[in-house]
Design a protein around this ligand. Structure first.
Ligand SMILES: Nc1ncnc2c1ncn2[C@@H]1O[C@H](COP(=O)(O)OP(=O)(O)OP(=O)(O)O)[C@@H](O)[C@H]1O
Length: 862
């Protein structure tokens, strides 16, 4: 096959190519029968290039869609690529293009050709199923096998039992070690024959594989491993070209699969964005690929893309400063295609995660309050290293009325209500899903105790000639000794399953009616009653996915599964990676995006916040504890991914805590240093947050312009003054050192507080809710100016107590005769008194002591 010259090109292709820069053009039109690496930094158009290359292969090289394999990182990315191709190619029929994640392509190949390996009709075991099976295996080990674990090799599988001090075997290490072997392409048989094998791991690996086989399921890693076995034994003869997107996140078995899939290969990736080592991804695959083809005397060409269309030059310089710290990395010279810059990233050092969240909320409200709203909530994202960091930020967004949504990460699939719903769908779709039956049979509660559940499970495992569902019927009919209440509850459960199955049959593969089945399940099994509104919202997300589901086009080689089964398989595979709720460019309208950095892969926003740049958060405490260069490098790349999501404005922040436990989520360790990755920022603590872009009118004007709005005439100084005032109240929060009951003139000073902001005054006035700074209220009460900062109204003692605990102070009651107290300490609370340093209202203990002597009779300590 020859390729045409540009002059003879397909008009659509011609138009398409005209939108590319020189290097992009070269990459897209590289010879179709070659090996090519497209290595490119963030925002350089990798997605555009890989999509255009597929179009080029289809239109110019005339490769039929069924002869091309394209792997993407997520299902969403595959769908978007298909959409873009359809638009580009005038609705060309692309049903036969093999496009999807490695896992889904492999699963599809196994379903189609897996019969000779005895794999047809298998389902997917998700993360929870894996844990379930491993727990079963650990419980079923016989005495001789247990003995194996008493030695050194067994140590890594042990953890503390919940109720006993004896170490017990735990599933976590088993799962990750088996997964690591599988991602290196090592089967259980191969491992058991390896002279350097770990005997415990070998035993567990072989038990685990038998368990999956018995239950006729494949785990995620098996999809790849078994497919590799399949294409090694029965090579795919038709595939003319393989394209791999996000190559930096491939592992060994994926690399090997790529070699096996086809001989002509295009990979696209960025070594600096490799952030999946914890799933055994290896950056070294770029070099391995070159070496592999070299050994076969074949050349692998490399094209780099360096025009960055996403971020301003300042953002690129900042991001490169982070990456430059990695040893033995080639520096990148990305060239921003923006002609404007809005200054270097805005940063702040704060004192706690709470203060940081307030800082973020203030920045967002400031941006959203710009006249004629050039920036909308959907233009903004907040990206964190670990999912738990969103909690404090969410609270602050809520209290500031800032709408937001979480980009769905893996966590979505592990939420209780989501897993329950998926289990219910599974028992309807599949007669033999023992695990899902055991998880749903007593949820909602049907009065089945643990012992009874064990008996039922034993019974379900007994006879292989009947489905799990039939066996459960037999169990209820006397097979297992059950109380009449349990019998009746399980019968009801079974009858509802039966009705749902009939409904599913009646759909006759009309996927548009799947949401009706969903409603039937949630109402008949009384599921929604169990859940909070937010949980109901989550399961409605599944209903939405059901309504959007389009089954893959029928394939004569694949034995048909019912429509619900197909949905479950496709969702099950989503769990293998963090799926995103939103597409690369179409953002959720009217909502700020909140996401982990991993969940933000491939996305971009005009405004991005990257909080938590403190050692222990980014790099994470896990990476610091691992104490390896690889672990730290991976964290740095994570930060790089986050920073390079920003187009125009980048806000970075960190906090350094002073040890006050109340100022952090209780289980978390104290954060004491800014992240090692931002050492290059000089005088970090000096500029805290007061650096702001809205200092220069011309920059503001060009920001408006780039966002498609004309900049109105407004008083920038006034805008900045309001901002600075608010900022100051965050940076120097009201931090009372004591509480005085009553708003008496000057009594606070007389007990030793020198600044009004040191004191909370309380009042019993029930009519008004007072806030600090409410001057008019102060005046009404006849208080003097200096009191105003610390005035709270309508505070009962119950409400005061937690405040006292928080401030570590005591309550001073107002003297009944409202006279000034006789004791006036000479120094300010918190300062040193003689040789003894005391904190809080130092005067107070002395006051109380004096009281005992009679001089403080009117002021009491409570
Ligand atoms: N030749 C081009 N001309 C104009 N805009 C372009 C061009 N190539 C890419 N872009 C734009 O640049 C932005 C970034 O492109 P894309 O998302 O494809 O980058 P990427 O390399 O995949 O980034 P990342 O690796 O960070 O995910 C997009 O908005 C895209 O439309």
């Amino acid at each position: 096959m020859t390729t045409s010259t540009p002059l003879q090109m397909h008009p659509t292709l011609d138009q398409l190519l005209s939108t590319l820069n020189t290097n992009q053009h070269q990459a897209v039109t590289a010879h179709p029968f070659s090996k090519l690496q497209i290595i490119a930094g963030p925002g350089t158009g990798k997605t555009k290039v890989i999509t255009s290359r597929v179009a080029y292969l289809l239109l110019d090289a005339k490769i039929p869609p069924e002869n091309i394999i394209v792997t993407t990182f997520t299902k969403k990315a595959a769908n978007e690529m298909i959409e873009r191709l359809r638009t580009m190619l005038d609705n060309m029929n692309l049903d036969k293009l093999m496009i999807g994640t490695f896992h889904s392509i492999c699963f599809r190949l196994i379903m189609r050709y897996g019969k000779p390996l005895g794999l047809s009709g298998f389902g997917i075991a998700d993360e929870r199923d894996k844990e379930f099976y491993v727990k079963e295996i650990l419980n079923e080990l016989n005495a001789e096998e247990r003995e194996l674990f008493s030695g050194r090799e067994g140590e890594k599988f042990k953890g503390g039992g919940k109720t006993s001090l004896e170490p017990v075997l735990i599933p976590g290490p088993v799962i990750s070690l088996i997964s690591s072997l599988k991602s290196q392409g090592i089967t259980s048989d191969q491992y058991s024959q390896s002279p350097s094998k770990d005997k415990c791991l070998s035993l567990l690996y072989s038990h685990y594989q038998s368990k999956l086989q018995e239950n006729r399921v494949l785990d995620f890693d098996d999809c790849l491993l078994k497919c590799h076995e399949l294409v090694s034994k029965f090579p795919l003869t038709n595939i003319e070209h393989v394209l791999v997107d996000e190559f930096q996140d491939t592992n060994e078995i994926q690399l090997q699969l790529m070699y096996k899939f086809g001989t002509n290969v295009t990979i696209v990736g960025d070594p600096d964005q490799s952030i999946y080592a914890f799933r055994n991804a290896q950056v070294i695959n770029f070099q391995k690929m070159i070496d592999y083809y070299q050994r076969q005397n074949q050349q692998c060409s490399i094209i780099t893309l360096d025009h960055n269309y996403r971020s301003t030059n300042d953002i690129l310089i900042f991001s490169e400063s982070v990456m430059k710290q990695e040893k033995e990395r080639k520096s990148k010279q990305l060239v921003s295609q923006h002609t404007n810059d809005f200054g270097s990233p805005i940063y702040a050092q704060l004192k706690s995660e709470y203060q940081e969240a307030k800082w973020i909320a203030l920045q967002i409200t400031t941006l959203l309050s710009l006249p004629t709203t050039p920036i909308h909530p959907q233009d903004i994202a907040i990206l964190v290293r670990s999912a738990y960091q969103t909690r404090v930020i969410e609270t602050e967004l809520n209290s500031n009325g800032i709408p937001y949504h979480m980009i769905r990460g893996k966590a979505f699939w592990s939420r209780k209500e989501v897993t329950v719903m998926m289990d219910y769908l599974r028992i309807i779709a599949n007669e033999n899903d023992r695990v899902a039956v055991l998880r749903t049979i007593n949820y909602p509660k049907r009065g089945i105790g643990e012992k009874t559940l064990e008996k039922i499970d034993e019974y379900l495992k007994l006879d292989v000639n009947h489905s799990v569902y039939e066996k459960l019927r037999f169990a209820v009919q006397g097979g297992v000794n059950l109380s009449s209440k349990v019998q009746s509850n399980i019968s009801k459960y079974l009858n509802t399953i039966q009705q749902a199955k009939e409904k599913l049959d009646a759909l006759r593969d009309d996927h548009t009616k799947l949401p009706e089945l969903f409603d039937f399940i949630t109402s008949e099994f009384e599921l929604t009653k169990e859940w909070e509104p937010s949980q109901v919202e989550n399961i409605n997300e599944i209903k939405k996915l059901l309504s959007e589901f389009t089954p893959p086009s029928p394939d004569d080689d694949i034995p048909p599964k019912n429509i619900l089964g197909q949905f479950i398989d496709s969702m099950g595979l989503n769990e293998a990676v963090e799926e995103q709720k939103q597409s690369r460019h179409a953002h959720y309208k009217g909502q700020v995006a909140l996401s982990t950095i991993h969940g933000a892969k491939g996305l971009e926003w005009p405004v991005v916040f990257v909080p938590g740049l403190s050692d222990g958060l980014l790099p994470s405490i896990m990476a610091i504890k691992a104490n390896t260069q690889e672990a730290i490098d991976e964290e740095r790349r994570c930060l790089y991914v986050a920073l390079t999501r920003a187009k125009l404005l980048l806000y970075v922040s960190w906090y350094v805590e002073d040890g006050d436990k109340e100022e952090r989520q209780s289980w978390r360790m104290q954060v004491t240093d800014p992240s090692r990755f931002i050492e290059f920022i000089k005088n970090k603590d000096k500029k805290t947050g007061l650096v702001h872009i809205f200092r220069q009118k011309d920059k503001v004007k060009s920001l408006y312009e780039i966002l498609g709005k004309r900049c109105p005439d407004f008083d920038l100084d006034e805008f900045n003054t309001v901002y600075k005032e608010k900022m100051n109240s965050i940076l120097n929060p009201f931090n009372p050192k004591g509480i005085v009951d009553g708003c008496d003139n000057g009594a606070d000073k007389k007990v030793g507080f020198q600044s009004a902001s040191d004191v909370i005054h309380t009042t019993q006035n029930k009519k008004q809710k007072f806030e600090p700074g409410n001057e008019s209220v102060t005046n009404k009460l006849g208080g003097t100016q200096p009191h105003r900062k610390g005035l709270y109204g309508n505070l009962t003692k119950d409400k005061i107590k937690p405040m006292l605990r928080k401030t570590g102070t005591q309550l001073i009651s107002k003297p009944s005769n409202n006279k000034a107290p006789p004791y006036v300490p000479s120094r300010r609370p918190g300062s040193s008194l003689g040789t003894k340093r005391v904190s809080g209202p130092l005067a107070l203990p002395s006051i109380a002591n004096r009281g005992k002597g009679g001089t403080m009779g009117q002021y009491q300590r409570e």
